[in-house]
Design a protein around this ligand. Sequence first.
Ligand SMILES: *Cc1c(COP(=O)(O)O)cnc(C)c1O
Length: 522
Amino acid sequence: MSALNPSGWQPSMGDAQGSGSELVTSSGDRGLMFEEPLSFEIGALDKCGVDMDEPGGEPVAALGAFLRKSAPDLPGLTEPETVRHYSRLSRQNYGIDLGPFPLGSCTMKHNPRLNEKLARLPGFADVHPLQPPTTVRGAFEAMDELSKWLIALTGMAAVAMSPKAGAHGELCGLLCIRAAHDHAGEARDVILVPESAHGTNPATAAFAGFKVESIPATASGRVDLAAMKAKLGPHVAGVMITNPNTCGLFEPEMKAISDTVHAVGGYVYCDGANFNAIVGKVRPGDLGIDAMHINLHKTFSTPHGGGGPGSGPVVLSEALCPFAPLPFTVRTGDGEAHLVEESNAAAIGHTLAFGRMTAFHGQMGMFTRALTYILSHGADGLQQVAEDAVLNANYVLRSCDDLLAAPFGSAGPCMHEALFSDSNLPEGFGTLDIAKGLIDEGFHPMTVYFPLVVKGAMLVEPTETESKAGLDRFIASLRHVARRALNGDETLHAAPVLAPRRRLDETLAARKPVLVWQRDPG
Ligand SMILES: *Cc1c(COP(=O)(O)O)cnc(C)c1O
């Protein structure tokens, strides 16, 4: 038995099930962890979870050609089978309610249950988007209250609430910028994006019809101001800057960047997905920003990941708010929040809206959660969110930078994310080994190979909701795995060996994805 292998088991490299034990069971299940087949493998069409009447009458003759010739390949399951199938699968899942989720850039923090309680109040949960506005005054009131907070926290002039994710908010901001240039009769078709940007930034700019030009990063991981200046001109519609950036660093020259871009007639979009690090500390409006999305699901805590839900309100400067999309709420002389749509926009002088981002008003459940989160923290509590998020990230950075390379570690403290790389690991060991090793330790891996400007990047975002004791456990595991790599422990290449599945062949999965289950393969 070695210190690295206290229980004495030998990883069996050929074992596709990843048992981590030589004991083979007849069922494939181990202890109370189940080897769950596909529903297609346990289902059959003669089984059903509900009672249904036999279809009556004769098929309509004219439709005969469309009748299926063979039974559909669907898995029929009984109710207990269905419940067990999904409950068993859910036990193989990992979520923020089980442990830390240190994915950099994603801000996976604990989601207070109070948010859920309020979002489930029938007055919020059951509103229908087509209800007459007079019957949903309270919902408008809540949206208006949240708008006011977002405007106050960012120091901006207005907010478009309807975008349904960060990337959707980026699109909304760029469409505002396009509308402003169109209105001024200017044909500008280039958006400048730093190398270190989140992938959604260049994708959104291209989707909005702009050409994307990239701005290099300096050796300290910041936007190269001189290189940006050299690219500015009458063809540049604007720049998209992430601040704090994806290296977990604050852009100290943000105001200078904004002033320079404004001087040549461009607009400044800020990717505000990392607002968690600066909420209550810095107002983007003071940095000259024209548009910025806020990920309510990150900074203002709605459970997210796995595809949703999201909500990405966009705060706008004086210059861009005339172009804000419909609908939105305004508080009028009667003191109540009212909905502004196409029918009444002209009456309040909002005639330049670029259109709509969504059919309706946005994500009511997320508005309620975000407002609850904001009100329960208060202004001082939100400030502490940013302080603790930054403190926690620096604690992780300084607790591990003797074992893992920290590319910008010498540039001073980080913001909310600690960035490491695999550059100091021995030949043959890399970021993937560290990430997979963490799974055996019982931790979800950090973000890997992003940002792209750092080779073999590992981006850890602990968030403010991890306690010191929780961080110490994570740090101990990260250090243990890093030491295994530094010691050249070849068994690390097999990790994870304790998870329900071993390391998958990602190349094969990408090249030859099996997207359709076949009852009779071969
Ligand atoms: C999460 C994120 C986005 C995109 O937000 P979605 O809500 O996932 O669309 C954009 N930029 C950064 C830096 C992010 O972390």
